[in-house]
Structures are given as C-alpha cells and as structure tokens.
Design a binder for this molecule. Structure first.
Ligand code: C2E
Ligand code: MG
Ligand code: MG
Ligand code: MG
Length: 279
C-alpha cells in the first residue's frame, strides 16, 4: 500500500515536471557545454506583409545541435536556460549575432528590413539588459530602429512601473517592441493600452484554428484590439493560403509561417531575400 502510494507520488512529480530532474540537469550541462563550444546558432524566419508578400522583418530563432547531431527544440532548452540564468549569456549571443546579421542585410540593400529578437524574462529583468542592448547596437554599428524585441504577454503584464520603465529605455535606443504569443496569457486591457508597444503577435493557436468560428473570432478580436490601441498586428504560424487570406480579411496586415518561409540559416536567408521582394 505504502509502495503503491510512493509510486503514485513519483508519477505525480514526474508528470508535473515534464522531464525528470536528473534528465533536466543532464540537458542543462549539455547546453552549457554546447554554448561554450559555440554549437548554438541562430536561424531566421521572414515576416511578410500579407497583402504584398514583401519581407518586412526576420525573426531570430535559436538552434541547438548536440555533439551527436541531434536537434533539441527551443521549447525544451529555453526554459532550462531561463531557470538556470544561462539565458542571460545566451540571449546576449543571440542579440549580438542578429544585430550583425541585420546590419549586413541592410548594407546589402535591404535598408528597411528589421530583425525581431526574442527576449526572455530573466534578460528583461536583468539590471544590465539596457546597456547590453546599447552595446550590441553600437558594436554592430546598427540603428536602433532595425531591431524589434519580442516579449511575451506575461512579461508585458508584469509589474506596470517596471515594464513602463523598461519600455521607455528600449524606446530610447530606437528599438521597437512586440508582444509575442498574444492571446495565450491574461492581459489587462488597461495595462496593454498604457504600454504602447508597436506590435501584437497573434499566437499560432488561433491561426491554426482560424477555420473554426471560435478561432477566427478570437483572431479578429486581437486584430481589432491591436488596431484600436494603435498597434500593428502580425499572425504567427501561417501554414496555408486559406489562413493567410482569412487573416488578411480580418484586417491583419502581417504574417509569419511555413507558408512563406521556414526558419533558415543566414547563408540561405540572403538568397531567399534576394529572390523575394523585401523592404
Ligand atoms: P516564438 O517566438 O513564438 O517563435 C515562433 C515559433 O513558431 C518558432 O519555433 C518557429 O519555428 C515556429 N513556427 C514558425 N512558423 C510556423 C508554422 O507555420 N507552423 C508551425 N507549426 N510553427 C511555426 P521555435 O524556433 O521552435 O521556437 C520556439 C520558441 O522558443 C519561440 O517561440 C520562443 O519563445 C523561444 N525561442 C526561440 N529562440 C529564442 C531566443 O533566442 N531567445 C528566447 N528567449 N527564446 C527563444
Ligand atoms: Mg517570437
Ligand atoms: Mg510567437
Ligand atoms: Mg509562439
């Protein structure tokens, strides 16, 4: 009986934690080693104007290929990096790498193209975040307006004074801000209004379900909400032409997803942009 209960408890804990603690520790050790060995790299996924299909930006997405050639998805290792604090150093690497990349693309003639970079909570709350951002821009000789920082809805809904202060500091560098995965968290509309960020990203869940009544209603509500608050709205995870058309009909101006392009390494990005129309 006691054994049974223990077993039940163990099951309960492992389900709660997803991967078990030892497994996560091993993964974190591997991540740290890979980061130090420079085996982490950044891929880029275009964001397009839905009406013209012009590329307006690219989003930097981190990739980890382990020594034996396996890819570990960000959804698995980013949370670990966050919990351990390693994300601060890794995030700086992503920021610096993508600043250099967008500088190069702008110099190649994509003068209006922007780079979107995901910022995690631990980075955002780190006292040196703004000076890291300034240094990354300065070292790449990049104008701030080339950069858009993607923060999640829950980060944006954190302590209002702190968030307003951070957004003001970010704005002072010229960089813009997007709220990522919008619709999956709990937003205070009054707080959202005060933030005055440039962009809302409709979470992929609603794009996926945009053929259903509920999905398209939610997507439409997010579009209207964003526009009412003076924001631009982008939909992520667009995989089909039908989804693109539907979002366009709902008034969504921008999109990102496999329909347009998959995330790709920098070597392929230049060619893709050269063939596509871009800003
Ligand atoms: P996210 O910021 O919402 O990024 C979009 C995710 O959707 C990416 O997954 C992208 O590959 C995927 N995606 C794009 N188009 C489609 C599509 O049409 N269909 C489907 N099914 N998926 C699509 P990825 O690269 O696996 O990244 C997952 C998450 O990990 C990101 O979600 C972001 O939250 C986080 N992440 C990735 N790179 C970084 C980073 O450098 N720093 C931080 N803090 N987080 C990152
Ligand atoms: Mg993102
Ligand atoms: Mg997203
Ligand atoms: Mg997402």
């Amino acid at each position: 009986r006691a054994k049974q209960m223990q077993r039940g408890t163990a099951q309960y804990f492992s389900a709660e934690m997803g991967v078990d603690a030892r497994e996560r520790f091993k993964l974190l050790k591997g991540l740290r080693a890979s980061f130090e060995a420079r085996r982490l790299f950044v891929v880029y996924q275009p964001q397009v104007d839905l009406a013209t299909r012009q590329a307006i930006a690219v989003e930097a997405l981190l990739r980890w290929r382990t020594e034996d050639g396996q890819f570990v998805p960000p959804d698995q290792f980013i949370p670990l990096a966050e919990q351990s604090g390693l994300i601060v150093a890794i995030g700086e690497f992503v920021l610096r790498t993508s600043c250099h990349q967008i500088k190069r693309l702008r110099d190649l003639g994509h003068a209006q193209l922007r780079m979107a970079v995901n910022i995690s909570m631990a980075q955002f709350r780190h006292p040196r975040f703004i000076s890291t951002l300034q240094a990354a821009l300065r070292d790449a000789e990049l104008e701030g307006n080339a950069l858009e920082l993607e923060i999640t809805e829950s980060m944006a809904m954190d302590d209002l004074d702190m968030v307003l202060h951070m957004l003001a500091e970010i704005r002072a560098t010229g960089a813009t801000v997007a709220i990522d995965d919008f619709g999956t968290g709990f937003s205070s509309l009054s707080q959202l209004r005060q933030l005055q960020v440039e962009r809302l990203k409709i979470d992929r869940t609603f794009v996926n379900e945009s053929s259903t009544a509920a999905g398209s209603t939610i997507a439409g509500m997010v579009v209207n909400l964003g526009h009412t608050l003076g924001m631009r709205v982008i939909a992520e995870g667009i995989e089909t032409e039908e989804q693109a058309q539907q979002l366009l009909a709902l008034g969504c101006q921008e999109g990102q997803g496999y329909l347009f392009a998959r995330p790709m390494p920098s070597e392929l990005l230049e060619g893709w942009l050269a063939n596509a129309k871009s800003a």
